[in-house]
Design a protein around this ligand. Structure first.
Ligand SMILES: [Zn+2]
Length: 467
């Protein structure tokens, strides 16, 4: 058997998001393998510890104790779940934000490349079932299915309620929260009747939003993740659940096709399992620019909808500075601005080698371009309006305006699309405040996005007039 580098094999492997189809063929592509492990750590139920003797929670039992990773450490904090437990099911009453929290899904995707023609197959090993809690237990073991579902439900609902309050005219469909599915990918390459390569692994160490299914998934973590020193679980970091719900809001306000750069709606790979791959060609489309804006938007939604002491990323490796909306720099001290270098690298038609450490921003990663957008937006909004609600309102209105203008915007080059998107935010901020872009806003916009100079009409000097 030939020993082949898996990254040269031409099989498409979608590493996260809802990309796995049923029994179809596709053209071969290069593998992108991230966030995968042969050693997932399955989440287990803590429900059997309880007596589970009654069928409903009364109001006095709606204070539940959550295990959260906030302010750099694991802490136990009480939260009020009024309206957030339906019977004993972990979802809001009436299921207007969350239709169901589910567990136990076990699914196998098989990808077979036979002489470079790829077929895929999907097999449900075990179907999902609803997560419920026990009325007589106010605390669930850390990293249990129930604990993860309660955390996700609480923070998704918090973000959902805030967005609905600010956008009462928009009906936001409810989503499903999927906890700890075992999703196995099995790959096989056959050349002239001979099996030359096989690979099997589970999707791990990520959270993502699947637009077609209106679903937010928290994957199990892996032994590698824990060995790498990660002490937290993603469902313990409030920003992660809220960020994924931010993608849902983006999808409702401005749906678009995710076709190119991959890593769609993932939380991000955090530099884990990032294997060197063959540096290939890339072409960045307006959908990819929207992907980057979507990441920045989701970061902003969580930043503005969560409490200040819940929204931070302190102690979360690779994310704590780079994805902290309030940080004006990446972890290596590089300013979060749309510099010539950042833009040139993002739009480059060739892949660049990923930096060795996640402290250094990789400008070809849509999460990094999104982080520049999010920090820039926050700086501009902070200059103009005092409250988080006002800032979030402007960001939501900006995205609605992006949708209104989308047919004209789609005619732009991806470079112009990104710049126009940022300009639109500057203009929306002015429209929703004092109606004009004043000098300090102009100066800041140009600092964040130097290429904007000369584009914003209201920033230009007034034309000379004959008196
Ligand atoms: Zn994301």
């Amino acid at each position: 058997m030939r020993k082949l580098s898996p990254f040269l094999i031409t099989i498409l492997l979608v590493s996260c998001g809802n990309g796995s189809g049923n029994n179809n063929s596709s053209n071969p592509r290069n593998i992108v393998a991230t966030n995968q492990s042969t050693k997932p750590i399955p989440l287990t139920s803590d429900r059997n510890k309880s007596l589970c003797s009654v069928e409903n929670l009364d109001e006095a039992q709606r204070n539940l104790n959550l295990s959260l990773f906030v302010r750099g450490q694991i802490v136990d904090e009480d939260r009020n779940f009024s309206g957030l437990i339906d019977g004993l099911k972990v979802r809001d009453i009436g299921a207007s934000i969350i239709t169901e929290s589910s567990k136990d899904l076990n699914i196998l995707y098989t990808y077979t490349s036979t002489d470079d023609v790829v077929t895929t197959d999907k097999k449900i090993i075990n179907p999902q079932s609803a997560i419920s809690i026990c009325a007589d237990d106010g605390k669930y073991a850390r990293a249990s299915i129930e604990s993860a579902a309660l955390n996700a439900t609480y923070f998704i609902s918090k973000t959902g309620r805030k967005v609905s309050e600010l956008l009462p005219s928009v009906k936001i469909p409810a989503i499903e929260v999927e906890i700890g599915p075992l999703i196995k990918k099995s790959l096989k390459q056959i050349v002239k009747g001979e099996v030359v390569w096989t690979f099997e692994a589970f999707d791990t160490d990520n959270a993502y939003y699947s637009p077609g299914e209106n679903k937010i998934t928290f994957l199990p973590h892996s032994e590698e993740f824990k060995k790498a020193g990660m002490t937290m679980n993603f469902w313990e970091v409030p920003m992660v659940a809220s960020h994924e719900y931010g993608h849902h809001i983006f999808e409702i306000l401005h749906p678009y096709n995710v076709v190119n750069l991959g890593m769609k709606n993932c939380f991000g790979k955090m530099g884990l399992h990032a294997e060197p791959s063959e540096l290939g060609k890339r072409s960045v489309t307006t959908e990819d620019v929207l992907g980057a804006l979507n990441e920045g938007f989701a970061d902003l939604v969580s930043f503005y909808s969560l409490d200040n002491n819940e929204r931070g990323l302190k102690g979360v490796p690779c994310l704590e500075i780079s994805r902290d909306v309030g940080s004006g720099v990446f972890a290596d001290g590089t300013s979060k601005i749309f510099s010539t270098d950042a833009l040139a690298t993002f739009f480059l038609t060739k892949e660049v080698e990923a930096p060795e450490t996640c402290d250094v921003p990789n400008y070809q990663d849509i999460h990094i371009i999104g982080a520049i957008f999010a920090n820039g937006a926050d700086r501009l909004l902070s200059l103009s309006v005092p409250t988080k609600d006002q800032r979030l309102s402007i960001v939501l209105s900006w995205l609605q305006e992006m949708k209104v203008k989308s047919s004209a915007m789609n005619a732009l080059s991806p470079q112009d699309f990104l710049r126009e998107s940022f300009e639109l935010l500057v203009q929306m901020t002015a429209k929703m405040t004092d109606g004009k872009v004043d000098q300090s806003e102009c100066d800041l916009a140009k600092e964040i996005y130097p290429e904007i100079d000369g584009h914003i009409i209201s920033c230009m000097p007034a034309p000379l007039r004959n008196i």
